[in-house]
Design a protein around this ligand. Structure first.
Ligand code: ZN
Length: 400
């Protein structure tokens, strides 16, 4: 759509966990956007891969990000702290203090990407690396492919971005001001508030309804600010995945304790909230663990075919040689992400209806996105921007 008089302004809101099952049939921004709310399929993974897929229009094996933690003892950002982490891992108390100190050190070491140390056992950290070393909301965020932020920079589109480094109150207030007085063509805001809230209170809670009502007010004020400044707002509101209600907990760590000591020594596991990822030092350990997982209720092992279909077949198996995926509504508890029960979770199979996100748009694009990979082309098309070529893209782009 050509912007004849320079008044068009893209207002883009990426609301983490804005599920189609939650707002797809209305009840959120009904006065501002048309009622069509397409079902937009997510990918297999958490925000650590769904957001990169949204920003690049690629599957995980193309942009390189899947779980927040990937196995890579040689390149691990934790490697130089290994002796200390081995000691600290044996401390009965005060480990949270070590985590706080370590997170600060990593920031000083130059890690600008989003990460959390959660409750990953300290002694195991040096086995793993953070997949997001650089802030992915900036140009040059990905090693192998350009992202939305590279395309905006490449086409010299005047724009502003608010990401997880800013508080929501500050982000919305600054965006309102930019809509009222700025001359940008593209304003983009990321909000993780709904995701955190639904983890604690559940997707269909009173807290969710109240959060959505507040958010509606914030977005409406920004649209009003743009209109009062004589701009023509183009609204794009979407999530990276949805959220399922939790009904079952499984304790995979305890299950594995039942295996012989030798099997446990030859097995490395990483326990996300809905996935157990495994690496094996011997065929017998592999057989024993796979045998146990095959009998486990609440989830199943991913097949080789599924690794390929979902674009999570990494040749170096950095994200796991084998993956146990929970059924929707089942939570691994405790996991390396936490030991408190939760009421909502995502990171299930994308076929599960609670995994879908949606798009609230005004005007509605001619072709509604079918998956989150279709969002990037839509945002660029709105601006009349052609994407930068992927060929020859290396670590932040050619010539960088
Ligand atoms: Zn989440």
């Amino acid at each position: 759509m050509p912007d004849r008089d320079g008044r068009d302004l893209s207002l883009v809101f990426l609301i983490d966990a804005l599920g189609h099952e939650i707002v797809g049939s209305g009840g959120f921004l009904d006065a501002l956007v048309p009622p069509e709310r397409p079902c937009v399929r997510s990918i297999l993974g958490y925000s650590s891969s769904a957001l990169p897929s949204l920003f690049t229009g690629c599957l995980p094996n193309e942009h390189g990000h899947w779980g927040m933690y990937r196995r890579s003892p040689e390149r691990s950002v934790f490697r130089k702290y290994a002796p200390l982490l081995r000691l600290a891992g044996r401390m009965p108390r005060g480990q949270w203090r070590v985590r706080q100190w370590l997170a600060g050190r990593l920031r000083r070491d130059g890690i600008t990407g989003y990460f959390s140390l959660y409750e990953v056992p300290l002694r195991l950290l040096p086995e793993f690396d953070l997949c997001e070393r650089r802030n992915t909301y900036r140009p040059g965020g990905f090693d192998r492919v350009p992202s939305l932020f590279d395309h905006l920079e490449g086409a010299k589109v005047p724009h502003r971005i608010w990401d997880w480094t800013s508080t929501p109150a500050k982000s919305y207030a600054e965006m309102e001001e930019a809509a009222r007085r700025g001359s940008d063509r593209f304003l983009f805001l990321y909000d993780a508030g709904l995701d955190s809230l639904m983890h604690v209170h559940g997707p269909r809670s009173a807290a969710t309804v109240s959060w959505l009502r507040d958010c509606e007010g914030r977005i409406s004020r920004i649209v009003e600010a743009a209109r009062s400044a004589g701009r023509r707002p183009r609204l794009r509101i979407f999530g990276d995945h949805g959220m399922a209600a939790i009904h079952t907990h499984i304790d995979l760590l305890r299950d594995l304790q039942e295996l012989p000591a030798e099997v446990r020594r030859e097995t490395l596991g990483f326990f996300d909230s809905t996935m157990g990822r495994f690496w094996f030092a011997s065929a017998s350990a592999r057989d024993a663990v796979l045998g146990l997982l095959a009998k486990r209720d609440g989830g199943r092992l991913l097949t080789r075919e599924e690794f390929v279909i979902h674009g999570v077949d990494f040749p170096d198996h950095a994200y796991g040689e084998e993956v146990f995926l929970c059924d929707a509504g089942t939570l691994i508890l405790p996991s390396y992400m936490g030991s408190e029960p939760l009421k909502g979770m995502h990171g299930y199979h994308p076929d599960d209806r609670d995994s879908n996100t949606t798009l609230l748009a005004d005007p509605m694009p001619e072709h509604a996105p079918r998956t989150i990979l279709d969002i990037l082309p839509l945002l660029l098309d709105d601006l009349g921007v052609s994407p930068l070529p992927r060929e020859g893209w290396e670590r932040g782009g050619p010539g960088r």
